[in-house]
Structures are given as C-alpha cells and as structure tokens.
Design a protein around this ligand. Structure first.
Ligand SMILES: *Cc1c(COP(=O)(O)O)cnc(C)c1O
Length: 393
C-alpha cells in the first residue's frame, strides 16, 4: 500500500468530472458562430449521421438533452394516461420524471446486486396488462441484461426504451448500445463521456424517429433548415402539439469533434479503471464495480461500495474525509423512491427496493474523467487508502 504524507495530499485537489475540451472543439464552435447558421442545421444533420454510424443505429435524432430524448420517445410510442411504465429506482430522476410528463405511472423494479441494473426477474413479477413500456438504464455505463427483457417485451407487445445517458460507448457481445432496435437516448451533458455542454441523441427505428422528429420541434412538418433551403417553402403544418427539444449547430459542432475523440477518451477511462481496480481490490473494506463477461462498459462512473461492517465510518463521512484530502467524490444515485415527490405520491418506504437501498447506503463515486492525469489517479488511490486505514475495524 502506498504511504503518502498528508501535506502532499492536501496541496492538490482532484475534481469529480471536468470536461475534456481542446482547441479543436473551440475552433468548430467559432466556425459555427461565424457562419450564418447557429441553430439546428447542416452540422446537426452531420452529427446525427456520424453518431448513428458510430453506434450502428439505423437512424439518429439530435436533441437538446437526454431527458428530452426520453420524453419524446415515450410520446412517440403513444405512452400516456392509464399506462404503466416499468423502470429502475437506481437512476437519475429524469428517467422517471418523463414517465410522469406523459401522464403515465412509473412502476419501479429493484436492481441486480452486482450491476445495479434493473432486474429482469423483478420485471417479470410486475408485468400486468396495463404496462405499456419498460425504461431501462445502463447504470454507470454497464449494459443492462437486454436479452431476457426484450424477450418478455416481445411476448407481451411492450416497448423498451433505453436510457443510455451513461452508455457511450458500451456494447453487449460486441453489439453497441444504440443498435438493439429500441428507442435509445444518449446524454451529452457536461459530465457525460462526451459532451456538447447540454445535448442528447435519440436512436432507433427510422419510422419512429420520423415521428419523433416532428414531436421534438413543435410538431412542425418541416424544420427551418428545410424551409429555407434552396427550393424550400415558408409553409409548414403543425401535426401535433410538439416540444422545443432541438439541438443547435453550435452544440453539434462540439459534439462532432467529441465523437471523433471518443476512442481516445475511452482508452484513458479503461486505464484509470484498471488502476483503481488493482488498488482497491487489495482493500477488504471496499467492493469494486463488476463488469460481467461479454459486455463492454462505458465506465461512466466508478462506484465503490463500502463494506460498512468492516469500517468505523459512514458513507457520508467517508465522502467528507475524501473532500478533506482534496478528492471530490459523489453518490449516484439517491434512489428515486426516496425522493419526496415519489415517496409521498406512491407511499414508498426505503426498504421497498432493498437492493437499491442497501447499495445506496454504501456507495460513492470516485473522480473519473478522460483528462485525469496519473498523478490525479494516484492521489485518489492514496486518499481512499488513507481513509480506509484510518477507520478499519
Ligand atoms: C444525466 C442523466 C440523464 C439526463 O441527461 P440530460 O442530458 O442532462 O437530460 C438521464 N438519465 C441518467 C441516468 C443520467 O445520468
């Protein structure tokens, strides 16, 4: 185990997940600003094509967030009042909020203890005739066990929507997330594996995405780029009361460069994860994240679970102790069912989803970002070792 003197640890700090932006992104953004087309236009169309090719999706639609993508996905599928939608408590609230937005009722299914992804066995128990869709979340970038879920969905004629906010780039047996034929929403939020500051992408069946394209921009039959192009026409029709969820060309300019750099980003994440795994697997007081055989994780988050019975420190105090040593840790996620709105609306108790609740009480996410230097990684390793050493039973 590395020994470090605390003064060295205290003299520097490691942020949680800053973006990785170079002069290349900046030049592309400036190029968009200098052009006369700053909102949805040619760069957005190119970004959609390049993204679809990258994840082997039949089509893609750029959005101003992943949340917008999930909302439009449910609206496109016609999910609404009187319908139930199965999903996971171990996610960011956005995945569940959109179910409320379309007027449907979320039904939570507990997660699997290793991956913290939705448990297909729990889905099976909660499949009633009023279930219209399942929203799965590839937690921390580890793919959901899609096969049994898609099989149940087919058997019951239910749609599956994938929240792939963490899953770029992830794959199951070499098949990328985004290519499994379901409407799949990716996030380019500031902290995600690739970013456009704010932004998202919806992939899936071209016919469904055509309807999503109408809904994502006011319900208009033609966007501005198509109305103003050569031979275009000012006239349009409103086909549905749609949303305002389009991506700007300024964001797309940044996204295209980030997409080209993704392999470089992923390579670095893999190196950091390997170093963390090596160091923390030596500590019986912590449990390292699992990657199942046959899957490729995007490693969006590095989530440690404390073996609390071996430690004299709570998770909350562990996070504070890391902060004192210059390491910004976080927790992903406060389970949906303990947030006041969901708790009070559906009368949930923390123990209603024991796997998610137990994991939440023990988990913390360590800094993980592609710009992270070896010295930052060693700083985090040393800080975790020091807190564990100081509080072992
Ligand atoms: C970040 C995140 C979202 C929302 O992404 P936005 O692009 O910010 O809307 C949705 N689901 C999960 C699991 C997330 O982590």
């Amino acid at each position: 185990m590395t020994t470090i003197d605390s003064t060295r640890l205290l003299s520097r700090s490691v942020p949680f997940s800053p973006p990785n932006i170079t002069e290349e992104e900046i030049a592309e953004v400036v190029d968009s600003l200098r052009s006369d087309w700053i909102t949805t236009g040619p760069k957005t169309r190119k970004f959609e094509q390049e993204f679809a090719a990258c994840v082997q999706a039949p089509a893609a639609l750029a959005m101003n967030s992943c949340t917008a993508g999930l909302h439009v996905a449910l609206a496109t599928l016609g999910v609404g009042r009187g319908d139930k939608v199965l999903t996971t408590p171990m996610t960011f609230a956005a995945s569940v909020n959109v179910i409320e937005h379309v007027g449907a009722t979320p039904v939570l299914c507990d997660v699997e203890p290793d991956t913290l992804n939705i448990d297909p066995g729990e889905i099976e128990k909660k499949l009633t005739p009023d279930v219209e869709a399942i929203v799965v979340v590839h937690y921390a970038g580890h793919p959901v066990d899609l096969d049994p879920i898609l099989e149940m969905a087919r058997a019951h004629d239910i749609a599956v929507v994938e929240d792939a906010a963490h899953a770029m780039p992830a794959a199951i047996n070499g098949k990328p997330i985004g290519s499994h034929g379901n409407l799949t929403a990716f996030s380019f939020y500031a902290t995600k594996n690739i970013t456009t500051c704010e932004g998202g992408m919806l992939t899936g069946d071209p016919a469904l995405l055509e309807r999503a394209r109408v809904l994502h921009l006011h319900g208009m039959s033609k966007d501005a780029a198509r109305r103003y192009e050569k031979g275009g026409n000012w006239r349009y029709d409103i086909l549905a009361p749609g949303f305002k969820y389009n991506m700007t060309d300024v964001a797309a300019a940044m996204g295209r460069v980030q997409l080209r750099r993704m392999d470089e980003f992923q390579q670095r994440r893999l190196e950091i994860v390997a170093r963390y795994d090596e160091a923390f697997s030596q500590l019986p007081e912590v449990e390292i994240p699992t990657v199942r055989d046959g899957v490729q994780s995007a490693h969006h988050l590095y989530v440690l679970r404390l073996e609390t019975e071996r430690l004299r420190i709570s998770r909350d105090d562990f996070v504070l102790a890391l902060a004192d040593l210059g390491v910004t840790a976080s927790v992903h996620f406060i389970p949906v069912h303990v947030h006041p709105f969901y708790r009070d609306t559906y009368g949930y108790q923390p123990e209603d989803f024991p796997v998610a609740w137990n994991a939440f009480m023990r988990m913390l996410s360590l800094p993980l970002y592609s710009r992270m230097q070896d010295a930052d990684v060693e700083h985090v390793v040393a800080a975790v070792e020091q807190v564990v050493r100081g509080h072992r039973r």
